[in-house]
Design a protein around this ligand. Structure first.
Ligand code: NAD
Ligand code: MG
Length: 397
């Protein structure tokens, strides 16, 4: 309960209209809503109707759409509400830089990097769903959060699980982290079967309901590739300490192995609100209205070794981890372009990893970044090269 002599916690949700964003607003509502929290800003992109509705429901001071040309639509949707409307990349940075104690970073892709950095530099605690920040900017991003003075709290279910199972004073005894992966809809498929799938088929995840990019990334296991790199930066582990295991039920969200042979796991129903609530309430656990695990109903948990031949994204992550430096940024940027081309039916499902790998090889000597502008430059260069390969593939088809 907010007693009145302490100001309510102030929150901002970057990417409020997405899957994580909507779940975040649900958690905020469950934990007291306007009684407990003030919302500085909510941001979205194309879904103006939802953004305006969210801003009104949570009483945000500012609503921002990333699309410049949606400004008038947002402004008129919020007319008379007292909620400020703004549009464009600069406005997004301003929203991220508002005075907030906690910022949910839930924009998808590297589009989220600059605003999340702005929030980190401003000193907010960062609840990080937007894993691409760590994949692209790695140490620079971690340092920005540290220098800003806020905490970096993972929201990705695997990393939240590890964060929960990893006790600070046990770090010296940490041996390995084990990321679980559902295996996605093509877990048992061969490459010939995968070659001709459409985005509509690839996005149908067996366990989790998520945004388009991460759903396709679960099918190709590119999402797990991003998570391996995310884990390296979050937990400061060596690449060989990061394992992946296929666990089709998605009940064990990930595990930590210690030097005494113990393995600690975090389990739950596949519902992102548990990880979001943990990030919002950390270090204490909130009371959440989410489904409880019923072990008798579950009856069994299965595991399989991952297959890096059918799912080359996992191998690419290993390469990126070995090469280090800008390889994560390059891998991610090239794959974002390839993903967009796949969604537009311009390239096939298997081309996504092939394009990322080709660009990584072309830019294998990119080295490391010491500034964010070097990260953005490598990102742009990887996008340009990936775009060229997409065109070549289209011509050849
Ligand atoms: P989503 O596609 O449902 O939502 C993305 C949000 O970003 C929306 O609010 C959208 O308006 C906004 N956005 C899109 N393009 C933008 C741009 N160019 N500029 C500014 N804003 C833009 O995505 P999601 O599934 O909620 O995922 C968000 C992030 O969280 C991703 O990085 C994803 O990998 C990560 N994540 C998601 C889940 C999940 O369950 N959905 C789980 C773990 C991690
Ligand atoms: Mg995840």
């Amino acid at each position: 309960m907010n007693t009145g002599n302490k100001r309510p916690r102030r929150l901002t949700i970057l990417g409020s209209t997405g899957s994580i964003g909507q779940n975040t607003l649900d958690v905020i509502e469950q934990l007291g809503g306007r009684e407990e929290f003030e919302i500085a800003a909510v941001t979205g992109n194309d879904n103006i109707e939802l953004l305006a509705r969210q801003a009104q429901a949570c009483g945000a001071r500012l609503a921002v759409t990333a699309s410049e040309n949606q400004y008038e639509a947002l402004k008129s949707a919020l007319a008379g509400t007292g909620i400020a409307a703004a549009a464009g990349k600069e406005a997004l940075l301003e929203a991220a830089s508002m005075d907030a104690d906690w910022v949910m970073a839930a924009i998808v892709g590297t589009a989220g990097l600059a605003p999340t950095l702005a929030a980190a530099e401003r000193g907010a605690d960062i609840a990080l769903a937007n894993k691409e920040c760590l994949v692209s900017a790695g140490e620079l991003f971690v340092r920005a959060v540290k220098e800003g003075g806020g905490r970096l709290i993972p929201v990705d279910s695997e990393h939240s699980a590890i964060f929960q199972a990893l006790e600070d004073d046990q770090f010296h005894a940490l041996e390995r982290i084990i990321l679980t992966a559902s295996g996605g809809p093509f877990r048992t498929w061969n490459r010939d079967q995968m070659a001709n799938v459409t985005a509509a088929v690839a996005r149908a995840h067996p366990n989790w309901s998520m945004g388009l990019k991460i759903s396709i990334g679960s099918a190709s296991m590119f999402n797990k590739a991003l998570e391996m790199i995310e884990a390296k930066h979050l937990f400061n582990v060596r690449p060989e300490q990061i394992e992946v295991i296929i666990h089709p039920q998605s009940v064990i969200h990930s595990m930590v192995g210690y030097t005494d042979g113990s393995v600690l796991a975090q389990l739950g129903c596949p519902d992102m609100r548990t990880a979001i609530g943990y990030a919002l309430n950390y270090p204490t656990r909130p009371m959440l209205n989410v489904e409880r695990l019923d072990f008798a109903k579950l009856a069994r948990l299965d595991f399989e070794a991952p297959d890096e031949v059918r799912f080359p994204a996992l191998r690419l992550a290993r390469t990126a981890l070995e090469r280090g430096g800008l390889q994560g940024a390059i891998m991610n940027a090239a794959e974002e372009v390839a993903f967009q081309a796949f969604v537009e039916s311009r390239v096939g499902f298997l081309d996504m990893a092939a394009i990322a790998e080709a660009v990584m090889d072309l830019m294998a000597d990119a080295g490391s970044a010491t500034t964010m502008s070097e990260v953005f430059a490598a990102d742009a260069e990887a996008r340009r090269r990936a775009g060229e390969i997409v065109l070549q593939k289209e011509k050849a088809a």
